[in-house]
Design a binder for this molecule. Structure first.
Ligand SMILES: *Cc1c(COP(=O)(O)O)cnc(C)c1O
Length: 387
């Protein structure tokens, strides 16, 4: 079986975990949390970084800081993970769905302006598959309408747009180190605060509404309850694992980018008639190789391909069901018209395995079996001609 996803094991991980256990330091905000946030700060040139228990929590934290009221609206792509929209609801705001571009499935700036009302407070661009949204256009629209921007860069860690890192454009940037992402803590995330006025409140909310961070920095003699808050600081054990991954980041990304290029060259060269699109980073983006997708012309073809691959021992998965069409999305959304690009995407889009431990043999097999499937489809073999 060729797995869809396999975690890269950075050797130093075990040593760092042992170090935590030997020191008896496993709760949050110790040495490894600091090593991780410093690493992000230096690598991304980010002014302020808070490690969190997940990207979901980083998003919730950012939205909480905005003090939304009941009628406030936040624009979110429909094509995303539920966490992006949940964060708006958790903070008491309204979700307004917008469309993605057909070329790269990132938020379409051309559709944004028509979604903006007097109640709009923010936009959450999602950097799908590590491919950054068109940030110049989105930031210009945000600036013209005085909107905040929270980047959902869960999949975009270390990708760049015009040589600037994902997560450093908006007021906030949110990352995920979930076990399915490029660099992992198992569960984990980070919040980048690019707008310094939010830094202190963010730190307090993350630490159960206390000023414990200021206390740890020696700025106050004791710490106490100072505001509403929750508990978003990850265990040192997880940050120990994550730091070992950061040290291996260049190796991990190089391997992913290489496979991404092999896939992309293959589909470019073959230009199969039943494939309507595949992962293609825009010119300004250097992608982290988070995922590679292809999209079929019909739902039935996408479903048949997944089954075919599975029969041949290869895991290939779909991705997000557009939120406006999901069972909860249909209940809460104020708008669900004009989502032509998103139509059928839940069936038509298929992601291929991509991770450092994928062997040459695996990659060869994936492409060979894919080609056989496509030939069978075009030649009308085994009932695929009528899909
Ligand atoms: C993975 C993901 C999340 C959630 O990340 P967690 O760290 O698991 O909370 C949010 N948004 C997008 C786009 C994601 O891919």
């Amino acid at each position: 079986m060729i797995d869809f996803q396999k975690t890269y094991k950075a050797e130093a991980g075990m040593t760092y975990i042992e170090d935590c256990l030997n020191e008896g330091r496993t709760s949050g905000d110790g040495k490894y949390t600091e090593l991780c946030s410093d690493w992000i700060k230096h690598r991304l040139h980010a002014p302020s970084v808070l490690m969190t228990t997940s990207c979901t929590h980083a998003l919730e934290l950012a939205l909480h800081l905005m003090n939304l009221s009941q009628n406030d609206e936040v624009i979110v792509p429909s094509f995303t993970y539920p966490s992006t929209a949940n964060a708006v609801l958790m903070a008491g705001g309204k979700v307004v769905f917008s469309q993605v571009c057909s070329e790269d499935l990132t938020l379409d700036p051309a559709k944004l302006e028509e979604k903006i009302t007097e109640h709009t407070k923010a936009i959450i661009p999602v950097h799908y598959g590590g491919n950054l949204c068109q940030m110049d256009a989105i930031m210009t629209i945000a600036k013209n309408h005085d909107l905040m921007v929270i980047e959902d860069a869960a999949q975009g860690f270390l990708s760049t747009y015009k040589n600037r890192f994902a997560g450093t454009f908006g007021d906030f940037g949110c990352f995920s180190f979930h076990g399915t992402k490029d660099l992992i803590a198992g569960e984990g995330g980070a919040l980048i605060i690019n707008n310094p006025i939010y830094a202190d409140r963010a730190a307090v909310f993350r630490e159960k509404g206390t000023n414990r961070q200021a206390f740890l920095r020696g700025e106050v003699a004791f710490y106490e309850w100072v505001a509403k808050g929750s508990s978003y600081s990850p265990s040192e054990l997880l940050m120990a694992v994550l730091f070992s991954q950061f040290e291996a980041a260049d190796t991990i990304l190089a391997a992913r980018r290489r496979i991404y290029t092999i896939y992309s060259d293959f589909f470019q060269k073959k230009s199969f008639s039943c494939v309507s699109g595949f992962s293609t980073p825009s010119e300004d983006v250097k992608i982290n190789g988070h995922l590679f997708y292809l999209r079929f012309t019909t739902d039935a073809l996408g479903d048949a391909y997944k089954v075919y691959m599975k029969e041949q021992g290869i895991e290939a998965f779909g991705h997000f069901v557009p939120l406006h069409s999901s069972s909860y999305g249909r209940k809460i959304s104020v708008n669900n018209e004009g989502f032509d690009v998103e139509e059928g995407i839940g069936h038509q889009l298929v992601r291929l395995p991509i991770y450092p431990n994928l062997t040459e043999e695996d990659i060869h097999k994936i492409l060979q079996i894919t080609e056989t499937f496509m030939v069978e489809v075009t030649d009308g073999i085994s009932g695929y001609s009528n899909l």
